[in-house]
Design a protein around this ligand. Sequence first.
Ligand SMILES: Cc1ncc(COP(=O)(O)O)c(C=O)c1O
Length: 432
Amino acid sequence: MDNQQLITRRKNSLINGAHHFYDRPLHLVRGSGVWLWDDNGKQYLDCYNNVASVGHCHPQVVAALSDQASLLNTHTRYLHSHIVEASEALIAKMPFGLDAVCFVCTGTEANDLAVQIARRVTGHFGILVTESSYHGNSALVRQLSTCNVPLHERESFVGVFEPPNIYRNPYQKTGQALNTAFLGSVDGAIAQLADGGHGTAAVMMDVSYDSNGILNPPKGYIQGVAQRVRRAGGLVIMDEVQAGYARLGSHFWGFEREGITPDIVTVGKPMGAGHPVAAVIIQRRIMDMLQNDPHFHYFNTFGGNPVSALAAKTVLQILDEENLMQNALTTGAYLHERLMALQNNFESIGDIQGSGLFWGIDLVKNPQTKEPFTPDMNKRITSRLAEKGVLIASTGRYGNVLKIRPPLVFKPEHVDLAVQAIHDTLIELHHP
Ligand SMILES: Cc1ncc(COP(=O)(O)O)c(C=O)c1O
């Protein structure tokens, strides 16, 4: 089937089949490490995909998947060592107390289950999220993905607060006063949930703030959020689908960087290197409450099956064996340095935030007003970059933030290629 046929048949047979990342749809056929190849043999540097965080088609993952698939694949109601070992390996990465795991298949399912648990154990109904959040797409979790829900469709159980974007600061304050203003927005959302009779069951946060445009919140901010939520009788759910698994370089989990221990953690994307496996990890005291609850029961047919569990265990092993967190830290520091140097040369680069191997470049039409590029302007940039063989996409509240989130096997020579391509593209498209 040629690409034109693929495009047409995809459009005719798939919901959202007309949606493509780039102006010229890519037809990828092969991957290895940080590299991808299309149907014409053209090579692309992957600066975007965190699912293959140990590198595309890592041989140990491929072997684990195919060996176990040829031996047995059932579900979690039978005894099997892989599921126990995968749970233990995940718990070993967690702080003390977070030690009960439930495997599911997607980040959405993990967040859905986390909300069910929080509601069950607190007796409250309301959930707090940031404006422009993304946590998944089930009927429940879609409501918590405010980036996709227009104001008039929002349910009253969703309490929305301002993301802590120091650059696009809506309060005209700095330092501690700014932190207090951001936290005031959380207080407002908690009060709104109380007034609506929902109470606060939990806050759900992605501390990389991917959908918000990749942010570095003020120091102490997340501790302040956690304090307020717990005071209101709610739990802290950390959605580590993006920030976890060594992505931020300095710590294995985003919440560790922020100095808090959540009540519930959800993980997904990089967990199975492309194989669909995700999980919810909860505190033992919550587990005890659920075990005494005759009406709480959860079973997931595919979650944690022997193939998924082995994939999950293997990915954790590779992260350690190949020291990928250290690589995220050192290569990430070099990437940051190169991006800061790039910013010095371009007025259109308003701001750079991020850490480890997760960075956002906030593009602006005017550095004084900070008016963001339109999503179309960003798409032209990412499409041109794809033509040059560098894969990047956009994110953020205004769709104007270039998002760099490569596999964790990214090295300084890849940084050089990516930064040079961004430099050349901004010049070519007249964005000085
Ligand atoms: C922070 C965050 N949470 C949850 C999800 C949903 O994960 P999934 O697509 O596996 O359902 C995503 C997906 O992009 C995400 O970025």
